[in-house]
Design a protein around this ligand. Sequence first.
Ligand SMILES: [Zn+2]
Length: 130
Amino acid sequence: MMRDDFTSVSLNRALVIQIRRVLLTVGAQENGLTSVAKFVELAIREKLGDIEIKRFSHVSTLDDGIRILDNWMKPIGSIVTVSFKDEWAWCDHCEDMSCVHVQYAWAIPEIRKVLEERGLRQSGAKRSNT
Ligand SMILES: [Zn+2]
C-alpha cells in the first residue's frame, strides 16, 4: 500500500539493473545503500543540492547595490537587485531585507565583504556597539 507521502516513478529497466549491480558492491553496502529506492533517493538529493547551489549567481557589484541572477524566477534567469539602503541590504524584488536573495548575498564571502565595508548589517544581527 502506498503511503500518502510517497509516490512512484518509472525507471528505465536497464538503469535499474545497473543500480542493482552497484548495490552488490562493498562501497554501496558501506554507505547504507540497500535498495534501488534508497540509491535513487540519494542520487536525486545530491542532484537537488547541486541545483540549489546553482540557483543564484553574483552578476555585478555597483555603487548602489549588487545584482544577483536567480534561475528560479520567471522569466528564467531574472536579475534581482539587492540595494544598499541605509544600514541594510534590501531586495528590490521581494521588498525585504531577509529574503533568499539577501541571504545569498550575505553567504558569499566576496559580497559579504562589500556589505560589511559599507557598514551594512544583516537582518537579525545585532550591532556590537549597541
Ligand atoms: Zn529577494
